[in-house]
Ligand binder design. Structure first.
Ligand code: NDP
Ligand SMILES: O=C(O)C1=N[C@H](C(=O)O)C[C@H](O)C1
Length: 267
């Protein structure tokens, strides 16, 4: 049997980090080698998230976790932590699998260069749910034929960033397929600031934040007499785990960093 992949988790007590720790526990091909969290540091990682003792103590020191020699670091922390965490992982020769949103295109390019210099693989995916990736790719394809469109993303009200990483990625994929064009009335005026949402490459992106939601997105595309709605709903955070597992396995066999799960799926 193959040796299990040693996975460390940054942000292990967060909404996503907890799911990743549970994923690692149920997969024989993965083993938890370390975990970071600040508020629950010193506690056992399993006990802290209610799944029983795992023998891994939570620490707020990423360097301590990296010194254990994991193969992969999975990061679900915050937009202000992720760049530094990922740089430190790569410098330590640990392959990053990043779900945390908020990295700019320039930062992603820098991290790719670092990975290549080290000869290791990495992936940054704003959304690990396979259905969400399909929604983004289908919407981008549809935009070639139906270029009038708007993106509406809807999330829980604990989310820090707007628009979501998924909406940014969708916009990027659409902008590669669709000729830039202005939509709506040329003399349109907002009488309530923000009413028309954010603007990118000629189309609008709207962010909704409500308690009880998880992660949802609609891309509305229209033409005379017709509306195409491409929608994805993550109903819980387990929905992201098959994609996380795929990414952890993938980075073991690549050099350089990819941005987007669609790059490692055979679509
Ligand atoms: N790619 C994808 O598929 C998905 C991406 N996301 C993204 O993942 C990120 C996390 O989301 P979510 O889990 O909901 O957020 P949470 O706020 O629930 O979790 C973030 C966790 O990070 C921990 N944390 C923050 N800073 C540090 C630090 N310096 N060291 C150690 N731990 C730290 C926090 O714990 P403490 O304060 O105790 O340290 C917290 O538990 C967001 O950017 C979100 O957009 C979310 C869902 C899916
Ligand atoms: O914060 C979240 O919850 C999510 N964040 C990611 C994003 O910003 O797109 C992925 C998913 O939408 C859930």
């Amino acid at each position: 049997m193959m040796k299990p992949i040693k996975v460390a988790v940054a942000g292990a007590t967060g909404r996503m980090g907890q799911e990743v720790v549970k994923l690692i526990q149920r997969e024989e091909s993965l083993v938890l080698s370390g975990a970071t969290a600040r508020r629950k540091k010193g506690e056992d990682a399993g006990e802290a998230i209610g799944i029983g003792k795992l023998g891994i103590t939570l620490t707020d020191s990423l360097d301590e976790v990296l010194a254990q020699g994991p193969d992969v670091l999975v990061d679900f922390t915050t937009p202000d932590q992720v760049k530094a965490n990922t740089e430190r992982a790569i410098e330590a020769g640990v392959r990053p699998v990043v779900g945390t949103t908020g990295l700019t295109e320039e930062e992603i390019r820098e991290l790719d260069e670092l990975c290549r210099d080290k000869g290791i693989g990495g992936i940054i995916a704003p959304n690990f749910a396979i259905g969400a990736v399909l929604m983004m790719v289908f919407a981008a394809k549809a935009s070639r034929y139906m270029p009038h469109l708007e993106i509406i993303e809807m999330h829980h009200d604990r989310k820090l960033d707007a628009p979501s990483g998924t909406a940014w990625k969708t916009a990027e994929l659409i902008s590669k397929e669709r000729e830039e064009m202005k939509q709506g009335h040329p003399e349109e005026k907002e009488t309530l600031e923000g009413a028309r949402g954010g603007y990118r490459d000629g189309f609008r992106v709207h962010s909704v934040r409500l308690p009880g939601l998880v992660a949802h997105q609609e891309v509305l595309l229209s033409d005379a007499g017709q509306l195409l709605t491409i929608r994805h709903d993550s109903l819980n955070r387990e929905s992201f785990m098959p994609g996380v597992k795929l990414a952890v396995e993938d980075v073991m066999n690549r050099t350089g960093l990819v941005y987007g799960l669609e790059k490692i799926l055979d679509l």
